[in-house]
Design a protein around this ligand. Structure first.
Ligand SMILES: *Cc1c(COP(=O)(O)O)cnc(C)c1O
Length: 228
């Protein structure tokens, strides 16, 4: 039976069903479900859609735009100080300081100029925000992310700047089997001594967990489809 569908899940809320799927995939791989963080991707979703998930106990959320996060989250974080926000979208260097102030993890470090901006922002704010290097794992021209061949050099530069790099992140090419790309990201992380893997979205997070994901980024399976 696939990990993705299970008769026991029919009465569960979307959040509980996703936790059940993560637990099942982790168990299949001999991993602990606790080692997988569900990042609920709330981009484009209003506070009224987010609040029920907070009420159900979800605390780790993701956004892909700094300004949208600044508009939505401060009251929610004030009410629930244990909320943790992850940035999963492309980041412009001129927004690095805002991002370091707002977020508890940044999944989109992909180039030397952004690395310099993030180092400066962390020095200035005194905050040390764990970073994931986003890898262009399918070598797609139109997609963001560091080319595979440049990852080692970027990591060397990050270590030189004393930046807290936690792991690697990827978004595999659309429409084809993601497992080889997840496995490749895991290999690149292991080769570089990195423990954490941000990979897996609504369509493929079970597979990602089986292949070692420590952070799955799930939006539409939790919140319903996004408009546009
Ligand atoms: C939107 C987004 C997600 C969530 O995608 P879903 O398919 O809705 O689960 C995950 N990661 C990134 C980088 C995203 O931009």
């Amino acid at each position: 039976m696939s990990a993705a569908t299970h008769p026991d899940d029919v009465d569960l809320s979307p959040l509980a069903a996703i936790h059940a799927r993560i637990a099942r995939a982790a168990a299949l791989a001999g991993r602990r479900a606790d080692d997988v963080t569900l990042v609920a991707i709330a981009k484009t979703k209003p506070v009224e859609a987010i609040q029920p998930l907070i009420d159900e106990g979800q605390r780790v959320f993701g956004e892909n735009r700094v300004q949208e996060a600044q508009a939505k989250w401060p009251p929610l974080v004030e009410a629930h100080p244990d909320i943790r926000l992850h940035l999963v979208g492309q980041l412009q260097s001129n927004k690095a300081e805002d991002a370091v102030q707002m977020f508890d993890a940044i999944h989109s470090l992909d180039r030397p100029s952004l690395l310099v901006a993030l180092a400066r922002a962390m020095d200035k704010t005194g905050r040390r925000v764990p970073l994931f290097v986003q890898v262009n794992i399918g070598e797609e021209a139109q997609k963001g992310g560091c080319p595979i061949g440049d990852v080692s050099a970027l990591l060397t530069q990050a270590r030189g700047a004393d930046l807290p790099v936690a792991g690697l992140m990827c978004v595999p090419p659309a429409g084809i089997e993601p497992a080889p790309f997840f496995a490749l990201l895991g290999k690149i992380a292991a080769d570089n001594g990195l423990a954490q893997l941000s990979m897996g979205m609504s369509e493929d997070f079970d597979t990602a967990v089986m292949l070692g994901a420590t952070h799955v980024r799930v939006g539409s399976a939790l919140f319903g489809a996004r408009a546009g």
